[in-house]
Design a protein around this ligand. Sequence first.
Ligand code: OKP
Ligand code: ZN
Length: 343
Amino acid sequence: MRTIHSEKHRLRAPQTELSGGRLVRPFECPERVEHILASIAQTGLGPVEPPVAHGLGPARAIHAPDYLDFLATVWERWTAAGYEGEALPTVWPSRRMGRKGAPKAIDGAIGWYALAGETAICGGTWEAAQAAADVAATATDIVLGGARAAFALCRPPGHHAAQDMYGGYCFINNAAVAAQRMRDAGAARVAVLDVDFHHGNGTQAIFEDRADVLFLSLHGDPAHEFPHFLGGADETGVGAGEGFTANYPLPPGTGYAAWAEALEAALARVAAFGADALVVSLGVDTFKGDPISSFRLESADFADYGARIARLGLPTLFVMEGGYAVAEIGVNVVNVLTGFEGA
Ligand code: OKP
Ligand code: ZN
């Protein structure tokens, strides 16, 4: 399997994450990618290639223009305001404040576009996010060109980013870029299967009112876990998209037997939908050793579920999302990909 990867991910190197009332070193860190590359090399998964630059077209196909303008300028505006720390929101258009639209001041604008407050923006974030979208678009084209599968080693991740919201470490929704690109290239029906521990709220928001993209997510129940405000089993799609969103919230402590049962239900939905292609939002924070998650998958389970996904027989793009047990992230990711290839 070919992997697409950009060294520009290193430009996203924030020093801070707001966690439990402290500023800590971010869980979503550059070394994650180095461990994945080492495991790819060690197992001989296949070549690792740089992306083709696509400009902003693929991101514009799913994100609002004002949001992309905000991402392009937020760091400059933050530093111009005289702030010395990394950019974090402190105020939001919350439930009792009905303003529609970003205010002028950067303090207000950042709260307008943030869906959560843990994710610090630093210089280089925008360039890295654009490179991750290029990675997704380039790997999509490999699958559209007839490959059985490809791996988009995106960083920063994307599945929490909505049309005009960033957060949960995500800025451009790389999986949504891929799914939309498949549609635009003529795939009539695309399924996005999100196996990251966290609900893919951004991907759901982008596609919830559409019948051409089926979104499915297995995740920690939002009653207990981030992103807290989306991901319930009762969310099944909106308007023309009714019936094309499927959530499988699972309780804290879920192990592989229960997780795999939910996966089989989701895979049956993908097959019934008649998808022409599959995008997998691949987060390995379901691992038992993950520092911010609560599922209990073992490394061997990742290979098992990679094989189960392969049995759909669909052209498949894997898009990297989360996974914060850094020492094991490479083995867990590559186990999914080799499990898929060996099926
Ligand atoms: C990004 B991705 C846990 C707080 C969680 C944010 C998690 C973002 C996950 N106490 N904070 O889906 O892996
Ligand atoms: Zn996650």
